[in-house]
Design a protein around this ligand. Sequence first.
Ligand SMILES: NC(=O)c1ccc[n+]([C@@H]2O[C@H](COP(=O)([O-])OP(=O)(O)OC[C@H]3O[C@@H](n4cnc5c(N)ncnc54)[C@H](O)[C@@H]3O)[C@@H](O)[C@H]2O)c1
Ligand SMILES: O=P(O)(O)OC[C@H](O)CO
Length: 516
Amino acid sequence: MRRELGRSLLVTPYKTGCRITPALQTLLYSTSLALGHRRSFCLHSSPNATSHSDHSHKHIHFPELSCNPLNQGFSSQRSRVARFSSWTCLATQQPLARERTQTLKMAVTADPPRQKHKVTVIGSGNWGTTVAKLVAENTRGCPDLFEEEVQMWVYEEDVVIPSGSPHYDASVGDKPQKLTSIINKYHENVKYLPGIPLPTNIVANPSLLDAVKDSSILIFNLPHEFIGNICKQIKGHILPFARGISCIKGVTVTDDKIELICEYIGEELGIYCGALSGANIASEIANEMWCETTIAYNTPPCDRRDVNGAAAENGHVMAEHRDSRGKVIKTQLTALPHDYPPLDHGELHKLFSRPYFTVSMVSDVVGVSLGGALKNIVAIACGFVEGHGWNMTAKTAVMRRGMLEIIQFAREFFPETIQEKTFWEESAGWGDMIVSCTSARNWRYSKMAAERGVSVQEIERTELNGQKLQGISTSREVSSFLRARGVEDKYPLFKLVEGILDCKVNVEDIPSLFRK
Ligand SMILES: NC(=O)c1ccc[n+]([C@@H]2O[C@H](COP(=O)([O-])OP(=O)(O)OC[C@H]3O[C@@H](n4cnc5c(N)ncnc54)[C@H](O)[C@@H]3O)[C@@H](O)[C@H]2O)c1
Ligand SMILES: O=P(O)(O)OC[C@H](O)CO
């Protein structure tokens, strides 16, 4: 085999009986990715095969080759076999040497994807807008996979542009304007992410149903207390094969049942939804300061493609997908149609990763979701401790004990699938714990509350300009869930935070709680 890098030309040395080794397969595949084409051709290693039935040989994904003429001798629509006498490299439009190619057989197992994924971000707060920014940069950079335009649903508000803003218009003065109009006109979310220029392919949309229409990728990114209402509104109005990623840090507690937000979304909408979480401060990422994150996504069986990129099945299929408790989900998932590009770890990586945003793909939705949700309770505890006047040593003790309670919680309530290494190895684990207890909002504003001697809720109302502290509601939800099961004493730190929020416990009580 010879590869002329300068011309991006791939030439294969197939001769009669030539075997496609795993090493060759890997090289062909990586070369095809590097060339950036997505075609679903496969070559057969049996050069003398004359019919469909002969092709029980190894297939390779060989996307940058086209044959000429393409439609010669196909035996069926979905699995086509033909003899071709000339091959063309799509990247160079050069024919390949005849003697090297004339003995090849080719099968086309699927038409190349014709659709592209349309992406909608639901939510436009500090993190919602930041994620919309990085995703929009990527949809622009991957036009073969994604539609360039990214819809961002905005909870509409009237906003006054302050006179110090470069977007202040004296003729409008202090008259309130719609936040969506401001974002679409100035490409800046002046309320939730001021000072950050947004890509022009983000469209702020005040209509939730219009924003999600025809989108195959839904990114949920708003405070967790609003997700129930959002799901109610969009249920039945999204593509049946849409897939979700939840960037929300929280849990859903209903009828003494605790659910991961991503699974709650999946159940409510009848789709599959993964989770993104990590040590991520929105304002830093919006300023393109480097950080890491973790995405947990278990590609549903019905979406899996074969090695050539072809869909296993087309249309509606019964999918046996398992949830975080190891049970087959009740929802009947609709498979991603085969004329859409696949949606697996590789594609999600392309959608979210940026030079300043390193993405690690995993399958542990429990570890990623609980790490992100429960660390907010610990961050509030650290804020109280520091506001009280104690320093890093006390905070470190709180963080360590907090992590132990998170792991204990995961073991106790999601024993079937939790992978504890997520807490140690991923950004969604210890990474998020550290950043949240040293520089994020839950820590910062609890500290302020303790210093001023007022409640955190009051600080949220007066200081956060509409932003939310997820730790307050998560603390209450988790405590009520633990109490309903009679196990709250096994989680002294979680119990303590609820007690301080309710002004029933003081920070000074912390050491005695742990002595017990
Ligand atoms: N900000 C961060 O640095 C950060 C980082 C990682 C994860 N997160 C998580 O991302 C999620 C979203 O947080 P955020 O920081 O983008 O939000 P935010 O706290 O900055 O903003 C609050 C948002 O809620 C919206 N809102 C207010 N009332 C609403 C209603 N009734 N219905 C729907 N929306 C309403 C507001 O319009 C605003 O967009 C949270 O779960 C948070 O924990 C945040
Ligand atoms: O600002 P917070 O406290 O909502 O936390 C933001 C992120 O979750 C930190 O990773």
